[in-house]
Write a protein that binds this ligand. Structure first.
Ligand SMILES: [Zn+2]
Length: 475
């Protein structure tokens, strides 16, 4: 595809998406018709019949075998033997499936979906800072931002992540921001759009969020909500308060600016703190006592030099951490990998302390706790726990069916262990977001795969060419 043609088609695609908020992908592009999928898309009531159900709601408990009734996009009931007729609901056989809440990723720079693996052996300074933050990012047009966010969000849904906090960092113009938001909408993912500082003279950060709140976020009854990605500059933090949105802050290594924000009374419940590596006790208390939540990216932090992942620090301060991918330029974005890394890292740390003779060490994390980090704690961090994160009646039906009748995982002996330590994205079979089927029998629904792949490759080619950086496919 030529650059001109590719650009034109991306623009046309974006425009079509902007006009028709739903279903930007032609239905004719789907994989061969599946009669149950067709019925499911039209059904007002759906029953997932006979799965192992991990509600992760401690009041309701979990079930060796139960049904989940979805009605008008919401979870209505979870219990064994829900009586409904095949005429009044679409019934999905969940035998040999684990039903869980969808995963919540609390920190993603999704526009970098174009750059998956581009920095294979990079560290944050100098590689990432030089090549991604201060070079390629500046090359993005709005349609490149749209393509990057779209492919990230579709990939997340495919891997079981139904909700993401997207920290844009590509908001070079209001058009970039609009394209970023449109891509999240087109993908059909639940998302917090955390408006972040872009590059160049046309950036309208942070004031443009006031426009976007009206243009994109006027309804609370939608999948997208706004936040402001802030720096430790008190003036910027105060803007979040003025705009009445949550603040999302990257913070690590240096506690002093955070403590200053706390003393200025600028930190509020619902604010999110990313990484938090090597903060001191006072900074941790400031986060906890203000009602903040934390997001940790163990694989990326370990690979790229962000500091020792602060999972245990959060636990030591009475907080429950959430998990996030950060970006895909160096490590993967699947929540299974993040859960596994968190589980292994925390347990290694504690057992090493025991081996060194320390008494009264904190408990080892369990699989269930780590699964909570990836679901309900993520929802709390995103301030969306009233909508998602557990399979609680009344919440939106954001849920996964994970298959375990494969030789690579059979037989099932413990559901939490299977999800956290044995499964991978290949076990994600069906994905629902607010009751809408987004992945069915392992394939994205209503997505023209060939067209998405082609647009994403063209956008990748464009930003990499403009950056002057070499493609290194084999090195
Ligand atoms: Zn980040």
């Amino acid at each position: 595809m030529s650059r001109t043609k590719g650009g034109a088609s991306r623009r046309a695609f974006l425009k079509a998406g902007a006009v028709a908020a739903a279903a930007p992908f032609p239905a004719s592009a789907q994989t061969p018709a599946d009669p149950q999928l067709a019925r499911l898309k039209a059904a007002r009531r759906v029953v997932l019949r006979g799965g192992v159900v991990l509600t992760l709601d401690r009041q309701i408990g979990d079930f060796v075998r139960a049904d989940v009734l979805i009605e008008d996009g919401k979870i209505r009931e979870v219990r064994p033997d829900i009586q409904v007729s095949a005429e009044s609901a679409e019934i999905i056989d969940a035998t040999n499936r684990i039903v869980t809440p969808g995963f919540v990723d609390t920190h993603s720079h999704s526009y970098q979906g174009l750059l998956r693996g581009f920095l294979p052996n990079g560290v944050v300074y100098p590689d990432y800072d030089r090549d991604i933050q201060n070079n390629i990012t500046s090359r993005y047009t709005p349609s490149d931002a749209w393509a990057g966010v779209l492919v990230t969000a579709l990939g997340m849904i495919d891997m079981g992540t139904t909700c993401v906090v997207d920290i844009s960092q590509v908001a070079h113009t209001p058009e970039h921001s609009d394209a970023n938001i449109q891509a999240l909408r087109d993908a059909g993912i639940r998302a917090v759009f955390a408006y972040s500082r872009g590059l160049g003279p046309a950036a309208k950060y942070p004031a443009d969020l006031a426009r976007m709140k009206v243009a994109h976020f006027s309804s609370a009854d939608q999948l997208l909500t706004p936040a402001l990605a802030v720096s430790t500059d008190p003036k910027v933090f105060a803007m979040a308060r003025e705009l009445d949105v949550r603040a999302v802050l990257h913070i690590r290594l240096n506690s002093a600016p955070l403590i200053a924000l706390a003393r200025a009374g600028l930190m509020k419940p619902g604010d999110e703190y990313v990484h938090c590596a090597h903060l001191n006790d006072e900074a941790w208390r400031a986060i906890r006592d203000s009602g903040g939540r934390t997001s940790h990216s163990p694989p990326l932090e370990m690979a790229m030099g962000h500091g020792f992942p602060a999972i245990q620090d959060a636990l030591d301060h009475g907080m429950r951490p959430s998990l996030s991918c950060d970006h895909a330029a160096t490590v993967g974005m699947d929540m299974f990998g993040m859960m596994r890394t968190a589980f292994n890292l925390q347990r290694l740390g504690i057992q090493q302390r025991q081996r060194n003779g320390e008494q009264n060490t904190p408990p080892l994390l369990t699989c269930r706790e780590v699964l909570e980090f990836a679901t309900i704690e993520g929802a709390r961090c995103a301030a969306l726990d009233h909508k998602t994160g557990t399979l609680t009646p009344g919440k939106d039906a954001d849920l996964l069916m994970l298959r375990y009748d494969d030789p690579n995982i059979w037989p099932l002996n413990n559901a939490c262990s299977a999800v956290v330590n044995l499964m991978n994205p290949g076990h994600v079979e069906n994905v629902f977001v607010a009751g809408k089927v987004r992945n069915w029998r392992g394939a994205l629904v209503d997505v023209d795969r060939a067209r998405v792949l082609s647009l994403v490759a063209a956008a990748r080619d464009s930003v990499v060419r403009k950056s002057g950086l070499p493609m290194n496919l084999l090195g």
